[in-house]
Design a protein around this ligand. Sequence first.
Ligand SMILES: Cc1cc2nc3c(=O)[nH]c(=O)nc-3n(C[C@H](O)[C@H](O)[C@H](O)COP(=O)(O)OP(=O)(O)OC[C@H]3O[C@@H](n4cnc5c(N)ncnc54)[C@H](O)[C@@H]3O)c2cc1C
Length: 517
Amino acid sequence: MRARYDVVVVGGGHNGLTAAAYLARAGRTVLLLEAADHLGGATVSDEVFPGVDARLSRYSYLVSLLPRAVRDELGLPLRLVRRRVQSYTPAPSDPTCGLLVDSGDPAATARSFDAVGAARDLAAWEAFGARTAALAGAVFPTMTGPLPGAREVRAAVGEEWWRDLHAPLGELVERTFSADLVRGVVLTDALIGTFADAHEPTLVQNRCFLYHVIGGGTGDWDVPVGGMGAVSRALADTARAAGAEIRTSARVDALESTRAGVTVHWSDDDGVHRATEGTHVLAGCSPHELERLLGRDVEAPEGSQLKVNMLLRRLPRLRDRGVDPAAAFAGTFHVNEGYEQLATAHREAASGSIPTVPPAEIYCHTLTDPSILGEQLRASGHHTLTLFGLHMPARLFRADPDGARDAALAATLASLDSVLAEPLVDCLASDGEGRPCLDVRTPVDLEQDVHLPGGHIFHRDLQWPWAADDERGTDPARRWGVATREPRVLLCGAGAVRGGGVSAVPGRSAAMALLEA
Ligand SMILES: Cc1cc2nc3c(=O)[nH]c(=O)nc-3n(C[C@H](O)[C@H](O)[C@H](O)COP(=O)(O)OP(=O)(O)OC[C@H]3O[C@@H](n4cnc5c(N)ncnc54)[C@H](O)[C@@H]3O)c2cc1C
């Protein structure tokens, strides 16, 4: 090991790996230190069930925000596959029918709007799709340049969007759509990993909505072939090939920043303490963890979701007999995510209770990419199922993590069962020890598993992906949205201005800022 590196990266999530890859390719000496015994952070594939040959995307699962430029510039051998079915939503009032949005068949989508009694919203849905496509086309290309200013973005998106983005999203949703089900489907994009009501004055839901509809310039959420582990593996291989030194089981304990550089105090898996000098440090950990490393105590943010990974012997039958489960589960399957249901669940969770009918969305990876299953499981028709439950804030799990996890799972499975023609547990496969293949992670679990503060999947609440015009400055770290209070320490993880999601944008932005400095 060297005593000094140009750059020390704290954390080997996909963003830390991205920064390491860009900087090593540019000839910088790079050391990356990851606390866990593996790389990837929340972007990993795991053999979650002992003795079962299935590698599931344990945390994040779909890719939308990763710009084509990153794949091209780093030559990443990644395959992302588009899902034909965008979403399926059983009607909250009568789950024997549901709304199937099939991107490949507009006529079938129109018939489905009719079947759920939402025909009057069809034209608005199509117009809204065109509007969000225009928004995506205007905002997403800016993600690979320095932070744009607010005036520039306003001119690009137009006055109508600018106004709509800056009023609570509930107003736009209620003005545009009349059916509760359709309103709910639109609102969910604003609530993934974000604990908010549609009318939240902070607009945190609007920012979440924006990130969920702009990815790739289309808003599509694609399936990574091989699972999320393939994304991190490709980045780690690229970084290593370019000469970055990568150490796992290497926890950074403290940072001492001076004008000349940063001393990084870290320990290896034998608990041996080491100190390494970096001209710069890139923090791929959360801003909350960074503050701790700099010796400051700040309040942690709060995550709000339940993740359930499952392996099934077969897909369950639906109460809606008009839809093939293979179509319904291929896209995003919304469970009890009607507009009023979302509001009720938020109210209940905000007052300290696990929602009575938890809203959730599920998706089956193996319908699009069976490669994550061993041959035998594939041949016998097994499928994975990923459930992302909304409105499950960390505060519900603090006092009794195990009991609350069980209660949240029971309520969530009951919610799911309400739209199925058979109990989900009847379809679950068993692991090597005869236990049902069911892996449940609460925000408190995520805090322990991945060091996500408060279990917040984006490290902190999402920010607008632009800068106020009077705050842009000329300093490269500010220009790229990765500045901290310490001039030699930059953010390179999800907590950067354009953070959150599997995008590699913070990692690339931090690298660009250093290369520009
Ligand atoms: C359940 C879940 C589902 C999600 N679903 C999606 C999805 O489908 N699509 C999507 O785009 N996004 C999704 N996200 C969000 C996305 O996964 C994250 O925003 C993204 O992975 C953040 O990447 P990162 O590299 O910035 O940070 P992380 O992945 O959080 O990695 C940070 C790394 O830093 C390490 N670290 C922390 N502190 C230290 C220290 N002191 N010393 C050394 N190492 C340290 C951690 O161990 C970790 O490996 C999801 C997240 C979760 C949790």
